[in-house]
Design a protein around this ligand. Sequence first.
Ligand SMILES: C[S@@+](CC[C@H](N)C(=O)[O-])C[C@H]1O[C@@H](n2cnc3c(N)ncnc32)[C@H](O)[C@@H]1O
Length: 292
Amino acid sequence: MDNDLLLEDDGLPIRSFGNWTRDKLHYLESYISMFETSMRQKKWCARCYIDLFSGKGKYRIEHQKEVYLGSPLIALTTKHPFTHYFFVDTEQENVEILSKRCNAFSNVPKRFYVGDANQIVDKIVAEIKSIEQNRPENTWTSLNLAFLDPDGLELEWKTVEKLAKIRKMDLIIHYSQSGLTRNFENYVNANDETILDRFFGGPEWRRIYQKYHLKEPSSVHKHLIDYYKSKLVDLGYAEVKDVEDYETTEPVMRNTKQAPLYRLLFASKHERGHDFWKEVIKRDASGQAELW
Ligand SMILES: C[S@@+](CC[C@H](N)C(=O)[O-])C[C@H]1O[C@@H](n2cnc3c(N)ncnc32)[C@H](O)[C@@H]1O
């Protein structure tokens, strides 16, 4: 199907987002394009795209008419498609709408799951491992990209750990800066495990927050992101060196008042993935060089 036709309103429900969504999905689209163009060697036994918080597949910008492709359809309509797709959403309606949209134009193998991504991830990891175990001789392991884009803080660290068990699994992670900021004070002294503990994979974030929020409040997220990235390194992800400051590697999406909403964190076990990412984030959706 022609991509212009895909952008038409197909009559199925469409969710509206703020205009910063276009930047987020522009980074995803650019990364997929570089990744698939350079890495699509025949020797991988599979190239999988995993979208754990898929949504409905299309979206509008608030108060505008135009229809845009959401992350699942961006990944499906890329010039060199992946060989397998895995989509998850908690809302049955979203998954039904998404599967109609995806199946309308692409026969590539796709799996759709309704449920909590933090549980469904086990099935997806098992499925990719089974593809690898049954791969033809003389082929390599699978090459994978997971886009982890919840509305807020729903992504749990244990899910990231599970994905990292697959040897080649690049990650683009939604870091909800505003969601965290809103919740620090509610949860920093909580007795029970909180959504923030699950996001960071333990209570260590509390110590970091307490250390910086009074003396250097503007640096709290920098320290928390450094901590999150150090945990990614512990999982086997490449450490990014020569970074002047985190603003240059974790692009920030801002609302219309320029307040930060969320960032995208990137992880790859290979330096080359980071080289692609650095290229990707140089320009936002409007083609403007990022000033951060
Ligand atoms: C920001 S939207 C995703 C947008 C999508 N990436 C796109 O580009 O169109 C987040 C989605 O995650 C879903 N969601 C929220 N919590 C979830 C969970 N625990 N597991 C799976 N999906 C969840 C929501 O229903 C929503 O559709």
